[in-house]
Design a protein around this ligand. Structure first.
Ligand SMILES: *[C@@H]1O[C@H](CO)[C@@H](O)[C@H](O)[C@H]1NC(C)=O
Ligand SMILES: *[C@@H]1O[C@H](CO)[C@@H](O)[C@H](O)[C@H]1NC(C)=O
Length: 359
């Protein structure tokens, strides 16, 4: 109640109260200060901010702190990237600071819990980052790292009974083959959702595969109900597919048991001038990014609260954060979609950490 009241008092009165708080005895002051902090956090948009150089970053050395976690394509330093500033940018919200990442505390909070990332290779990028951030926080703690199936990676910290998983799934809705081996993307069907159950924290993502056309497109037809559709606007298809996912979550997830996040769209820099040779973030502002409105609108319409990790703007700025020609595949291959590790995905996990601490 007090907190609520405080949130509504006019600015000058709020200032007066927080000033008064400074001269109150310690106990009371501590309390008042806490309320002030809560009020401030409510006003702080974590996703509005800028990248600042911070020499205490990176949080880990991908080659030495995280044995076999970081795939070859993401360890840009090892792949010969000569500039290093990209390793040391910290995301700084304009009106507050993100809590600094404490891997032990994260594991403590997730004792006996399962965390699962479900999505494409950008989801894998974030999973690798989190796994590495946690492992490097407790390097002597026993772990197991296994391929449970072709599409499911699992990293467990035995001492904590905590398991961090990545389940590969590019569309979230079903991609099936018909009798003629044609690939059909069924926009209104999810048959693999059982794998998403019995998990404590789910972090979904889907986007990039929907934008593919021509040779990189991984389906031949769309299907909705019994209707087969040769082609339609891919963003329209994305909206239908994402809505199907939202309905699945609404009817299968108990929000008192499971926290659900949506990893927002990570900007790619494939188009236009590309990312080759970029060694510093852009300053912004940035144009609206395709698909973001769809994500926000679908999430808003859900009956359970899904926390959007709204990473689009921050990644639009990070033109320097991609592997570019440092993927280990030679200079003819330029990757402006994925992210170097250490790098930008570490900040996405700082945002995840901040959100998990909050509730
Ligand atoms: C899991 O399997 C894939 C190929 O199926 C392989 O590339 C990868 O190295 C394996 N990962 C682990 C952790 O064993
Ligand atoms: C969300 O609901 C509003 C109001 O019913 C509707 O206009 C909008 O199209 C919905 N968004 C999506 C993505 O379905």
């Amino acid at each position: 109640m007090a907190q609520r009241l405080f949130g509504r008092v006019p600015l000058f009165l709020g200032f007066l109260l927080s000033t008064v708080a400074l001269v109150l005895p310690y106990q009371v002051q501590g309390n008042a200060f806490r309320h002030y902090r809560v009020e401030k956090e409510e006003r702080c948009d974590f996703y509005e901010g800028s990248w600042v150089l911070d020499t205490s970053y990176p949080l880990y050395d991908a080659s030495t702190n995280c044995p076999s976690i970081i795939g070859q394509g993401f360890d840009c330093l090892k792949n010969g990237r000569p500039d290093t500033d990209y390793l040391s940018y910290r995301w700084k919200p304009s009106r507050c600071d993100l809590p600094s990442f404490d891997g032990r505390k994260f594991l403590e909070r997730n004792r006996g819990k399962k965390i699962m990332f479900v999505g494409d290779s950008i989801s894998n990028n974030m999973w690798q980052s989190l796994t590495c951030m946690l492992h490097s926080a407790v390097p002597d703690s026993k772990f197991t790292f296994i391929n449970q199936t072709k599409n499911l990676l699992s990293f467990s910290f035995q001492e904590y009974g905590a398991e961090i998983m990545w389940l590969k799934n590019g569309f979230l809705v079903d991609l099936v083959k018909d009798k003629d081996k044609k690939r059909i993307l069924k926009l209104d069907s999810i048959s693999s959702g059982d794998k998403w159950k019995a998990v404590d924290t789910l972090i979904f993502n889907t986007y990039h595969w929907w934008t593919h056309t021509g040779a990189t497109q991984t389906w031949d037809y769309f299907q909705v109900g019994s209707e087969i559709i040769k082609d339609m606007d891919h963003m329209e298809a994305y909206k239908i597919g994402l809505t199907t996912w939202a309905k699945w979550v609404d009817s299968n997830i108990d929000p008192s048991k499971t926290k659900v996040f949506f990893q927002g769209i990570a900007a790619s820099h494939v188009d236009g001038k590309g990312c080759l040779g970029s060694s510093h973030p852009e300053q912004g502002p940035e144009p609206a990014y395709p698909g973001v409105d769809i994500v926000k609108s679908v999430l808003r319409n859900m009956s359970i609260a899904v926390h959007l990790l709204d990473i689009t703007f921050m990644t639009q700025l990070r033109i320097d954060g991609h592997p570019s020609i440092f993927t280990g595949r030679g200079a003819s291959y330029v990757d402006c979609s994925h992210w170097c590790l250490a790098g930008a995905p570490d900040s996405w996990n700082e945002l995840l950490y901040a959100a998990l601490l909050d509730n």
